[in-house]
Design a protein around this ligand. Structure first.
Ligand code: FPP
Length: 256
């Protein structure tokens, strides 16, 4: 039986409740719960992923209408290869075809597509469509959509360390200049600002190897709502919550 949604019990928070001058500049989302959404309704998990794509389009539409600089999403983790082949194939096909279908619209909206993760290991068609999207939109100056695909934060950090070592050994990098700021450039996110707000749908309370370095001081927001049902209203609630928090970055409150 489908469980009651958290959102049914909540008073409506609307766009008018938000301070549009203090929006998070970078929102990152772990889009979880596609499989459970489908199973609880008697559908195969792949239907959940199809609905997940629709939810992504809805949220992208809304985020691109706000003054937000970056939207990062976790589309496929390095651990997701452990899933049954049929599910992996469907996910890859969905990701590839939706990027292909939406590319003109994305480009017209001045959106820039970026990817975190190892795209070289992806199936040819996915790799081709992603590379085309990155190339076509690379000079766009609007919202940056940063897609985590075949992405795992620990791998990203280890790869960064290996690149530093290689450059040091080749005399191209002075180890003494390595610090938290310069190391950022060795991560998949490079020049992107860190997420201000990390959202996870689907009820689990963990980061699952997503942007571990970058989220050191992000505000975290969790909801039981499954990703296929996550909508504009839920995102407004998350942003509203974020705006009630005091971000101290390890410092102390002004009033203390
Ligand atoms: C997690 O749900 C979701 C995924 C592994 C895939 C998410 C990808 C999308 C929604 C597509 C986004 C599209 C683009 C173009 C970026 P789950 O299968 O882990 O659900 P469960 O936890 O209920 O099993």
């Amino acid at each position: 039986m489908a469980r009651p949604l958290q959102k049914d019990n909540e008073a409506k928070t609307t766009l008018k409740d938000l301070d549009l001058n203090r929006l998070p500049k970078h929102i990152a989302i772990i889009m979880d719960g596609n499989g459970r959404w489908a199973r609880e309704r008697g559908f195969p998990r792949t239907i959940g992923h199809k609905k997940g794509i629709d939810a992504f389009k809805r949220i992208l539409e809304f985020v691109s209408s706000l003054n937000i600089e970056v939207l990062s999403v976790y589309a496929f983790s390095t651990e997701n290869w452990k899933r049954p082949k049929k599910e992996v194939d469907t996910l890859m096909e969905l990701l590839s075809s939706s990027i292909k279908k939406q590319l003109d619209k994305i480009n017209r909206k001045n959106i820039q597509i970026r990817v975190m993760g190892c795209i070289e290991d992806l199936p040819c068609e996915v790799k081709k469509n992603l590379k085309k999207a990155i190339e076509l939109t690379k000079n766009n100056k609007g919202l940056i959509v940063n897609i985590g695909i075949n992405y795992g934060s620990r791998r990203e950090i280890v790869e960064g360390v290996k690149t530093v070592c290689r450059r040091v050994m080749q005399g191209q990098f002075d180890l003494e200049t390595l610090n938290e700021n310069s190391f950022k450039n060795f991560l998949d996110t490079k020049d992107l600002r860190d997420p201000d707000l990390v959202i996870r749908t689907g009820g689990e309370l963990r980061l699952s190897n997503f942007m571990l370095w970058q989220s050191a001081y992000s505000e975290l927001w969790f909801t039981d709502v499954y990703w296929p049902e996550f909508d504009k209203q839920d995102l407004i609630r998350a942003i509203y919550d974020y705006q009630q928090r005091e971000r101290r970055f390890g410092g102390i409150s002004i009033e203390s």
